[in-house]
Design a protein around this ligand. Structure first.
Ligand SMILES: [Zn+2]
Ligand SMILES: [Zn+2]
Length: 167
């Protein structure tokens, strides 16, 4: 969806509200596509001394298996959206700010901005909870339900030491 910002041009301090709903279910993160529900973004664009500043919130509920324990997770998420919209990219050093977006004929490409915000805000790991203990690598038990019966591995350095002491 394109948001026409031309009315902001001669209106310092003016704002334009926006609301967009995107389908991002094809976006894959670590082999799964957790954005099975619509992704909504609401906010406004403000003309701040000639600079168009976009602020808002991106919300959805993610679904997928936890990266550590493989449990199915429903995870409501909320990401802040804060972008600067500009008619031309300044900076000749080629350093691109991911939060700066080009206007196209006075319009902001909401789909592009919201998708970028979503991708950059996603955690690299998809976990059921921050401190998920995961599965035991030996018996496969879900360690969130309590410890398993496996003995802890002996530190290989300790084993060497024991060998030496025996002699
Ligand atoms: Zn988990
Ligand atoms: Zn175990």
């Amino acid at each position: 969806m394109l948001l026409n910002l031309s009315v902001l041009k001669d209106n310092p301090g003016g704002t334009i509200p926006f609301e967009v709903v995107l389908d991002l279910h094809e976006l894959a993160f670590g082999g799964c596509c957790p954005a099975t529900e619509p992704v909504t973004a609401v906010g406004e664009v403000r003309n701040t001394a000639g600079v168009y500043v976009m602020r808002g919130t991106v919300r959805t509920t993610l679904h997928g298996p936890c990266d550590r324990c493989a449990r199915d997770v429903d995870k409501p998420v909320e990401f802040p959206l804060h972008a600067v919209l500009t008619a031309e990219l300044a900076g000749e050093d080629g350093e691109e700010d991911p939060w700066t977006f080009l206007l196209e004929e006075g319009c902001a490409d909401l789909d592009d901005i919201v998708t970028t915000t979503f991708v950059l805000s996603m955690d690299s790991k998809f976990l059921c909870k921050e401190d998920c203990k995961g599965l035991c690598c030996r018996c496969g038990k879900d360690l969130n339900d309590g410890p398993c019966g496996c003995r802890p591995e002996t530190d290989p350095r300790l084993a060497v030491l024991q060998q030496l002491l025996k002699k």
